[in-house]
Design a protein around this ligand. Sequence first.
Ligand code: HEC
Length: 111
Amino acid sequence: MMKRIGTALLAAALPLAVSLPAAAADLAAGAAKVKEVCQACHGLNGNSTSPDYPRLGGQHVDYLAQALRDYKSGARKNPIMNGFAATLSEQDIENVAAYFASQPRVVFTKR
Ligand code: HEC
């Protein structure tokens, strides 16, 4: 009897353990982090006016988060971004990616 209850409890608890959802992205915290760290190059809304910096406003959230994880792990190499991404926690990455994704996309067409 006890054993059966124990098994049932374990079965109920397992899905929670394996699929702990990442905390929801916090846009305000993302904005604060961008203002503090990323704004200088990418602009507060992710749309830098300098051609040296990629525009991030309106980019897909998954793309942004993956780029930051890859810089952090070193899978994607860039001396500037490897350094900045290294300072970000997983929660920071979710936050800043969601924040930039929520910003206006600026499309440029070359003539
Ligand atoms: C000192 C300037 C500088 C700062 C500060 C900076 N970046 Fe960058 N960022 C760059 C440059 C340069 C690149 C292009 C690197 C490359 O070619 O991979 C880049 C690339 C990126 C990319 C990839 C874009 C793409 O289209 O693949 C993301 C995402 C990004 N930065 C996010 C951030 C975030 C978030 C912060 C703040 C935590 C930040 N950056 C701070 C200069 C900067």
